[in-house]
Ligand binder design. Structure first.
Ligand code: ZN
Length: 468
């Protein structure tokens, strides 16, 4: 039987969310007035101030900015020139933490850039510049992350890595790169060991066609100037304090930082604003929620999940009842939400029951990955999941518009933001009020087993993120 007290709260929150365009206007102001919000930049600082003021205006409690040191990165110039078989300039962007360089070397096509590709071509990689697909998550396939591919290039002795966007549109692909073992470094030492640049699908296809048609002969010059520097980043936090168990926290939040070549409207302005909108509506229930809902806007996700690592380390894991990462929420037309849990079968059952009870279908998956802000909490054994919403309109693979110049506000709809925010708010109420929510934390030994199973253990240890 539905609990009338909870039903009344839901009615209030959903009515509120459904009858305002507040999140749409707020996201527009964030991307148009503040800009890209790259981790550690002045733009990110201004974004934090903006979000803090919104939280205060919405009546959230304990509103604060949490500062932490990061390695910032400053983009300079980037030039990519094919020297042989023909001379031609191609547009490229350096990827965050890419060092300066001036080098000429033979190019090697490593295909999708999976480990098997590097192993197959192991004799040829040393001393060459490799070119591979960026993310290749075609429907039904699970391709490796950019940073895995980059790590294999480094390990096999490549001089540089060129990433090709897999979606057409003359859009450069970006994404931070880090060498093995550099997870925790917050200064110039975090600079990546070899250069990495992103090119469009069209530039990549042309380069590959030219070299394939001359039996693999291709030489490239890369001239890059960038700087990795010590900087400060920020998380923005606000709460609705629980009346009965204030020390048990449901954490909701996306990352408000973006890539410097983009507006970061979908990744992850929309997820940040989804969390903020859920918080705005829930703030009106002050004094009615048994447990604390904490809304967080993470900084510096794009350059290594640095805000989430900071917040996870700064709090006793026992504080968190559930962590709901909103990286990718609020996108698309609405009604395409999916929740990815980090290997928690008992939570799958609970969320499926929730979906049934509410007659609201969303996809539920259960597989640990290391690619967003849930991960630092997963490493500490905290129940967690990532709620996102797919933008299926363009039929693109992988990140779609994300990490390109085309991740812009025009792709966002009010309805998409509202539907994600409504789901997040209802889930937060249910997790707060339902004593049967399965909240047992994993032991470090259990986490180790999970990491091992997902092939993540070695990298987590090398990055100093998990004890050896
Ligand atoms: Zn993101």
């Amino acid at each position: 039987m539905a609990n009338p007290r909870i039903q009344e709260m839901e009615r209030q929150v959903l009515g509120d969310i459904w009858t305002t365009d507040e999140p749409y206007r707020t996201l527009r102001e964030l991307v148009d007035n503040i800009g890209h919000r790259f981790g550690g930049s002045e733009s990110e600082r201004l974004g934090a101030e903006f979000l803090r003021e919104r939280m205060l205006a919405y009546g959230l409690e304990n509103v604060r900015i949490e500062e932490f040191p990061v390695a910032g990165w400053e983009r300079g110039s980037a030039a990519l020139k094919l020297v042989t078989p023909v001379e031609r300039d191609f547009s490229c962007v350096a990827m965050p933490y890419c060092p300066s360089a001036d080098l000429t070397a033979e190019l090697l096509d490593v295909g999708d850039g999976e480990l098997a590709d590097f192993q197959r071509l192991a004799d040829l990689v040393p001393g060459r510049i490799v070119i591979s697909a960026a993310e290749t998550n075609r429907p039904g396939e699970r391709g490796s992350h950019r940073n895995d591919k980059y790590g294999w290039a480094v390990q096999h002795g490549a001089l540089a890595h060129i990433f090709v966007n897999q979606n057409p549109g003359m859009l450069h692909i970006t994404g931070s790169v880090a060498g093995p073992g550099q997870g925790g470094v917050a200064g110039p030492e975090r600079e990546a060991p070899i250069p990495a640049v992103g090119v469009s699908w069209e530039a990549g296809s042309t380069i590959l066609r030219l070299i394939r048609n001359s039996d693999g002969d291709g030489t490239v010059t890369l001239k890059l100037s960038n700087r990795t520097v010590a900087a400060t980043s920020r998380n923005v936090i606000g709460e609705i304090v629980g009346y009965e168990k204030p020390d048990e926290v449901i954490l909701l939040g996306g990352h408000f930082d973006g890539h410097d070549i983009s507006q970061g409207a979908g990744d992850d302005g929309a997820g940040t604003i989804t969390g903020l909108e859920a918080g705005r509506a829930l703030a009106k229930l002050k004094g009615q929620l048994r447990r604390t809902v904490r809304v967080i806007c993470f900084g510096s996700e794009e350059i290594g999940l640095l805000g989430a690592f900071h917040h996870a380390a700064a709090n006793d894991p026992a504080t968190f009842r559930f962590v709901m990462n909103l990286d990718g929420a609020g996108r698309g037309a609405g009604g395409q939400e999916q929740l990815t849990l980090s290997g928690w079968p008992e939570l799958v059952t609970w969320f499926k029951q929730f979906a049934d009870n509410h007659h609201y279908t969303f996809t539920i998956q259960d597989q640990m990955n290391s690619h967003s802000d849930h991960y630092p909490f997963a490493l500490r054994g905290i129940p967690n999941g990532t709620l996102n919403a797919r933008d299926t309109s363009a039929g693109m693979i992988g990140r779609g518009w994300g990490h390109t110049e085309a991740d812009t506000f025009d792709k966002i709809s009010l309805r998409g933001l509202q539907m994600s925010a409504a789901l997040v708010a209802r889930l937060a109420i249910a997790i707060s009020e339902d004593d049967t929510f399965p909240t047992r934390h994993r032991t470090q030994e259990e986490v180790r087993e999970q990491l091992e199973k997902e092939n993540l253990l070695e990298r987590a240890i090398a990055a100093g993120r998990f004890p050896a």
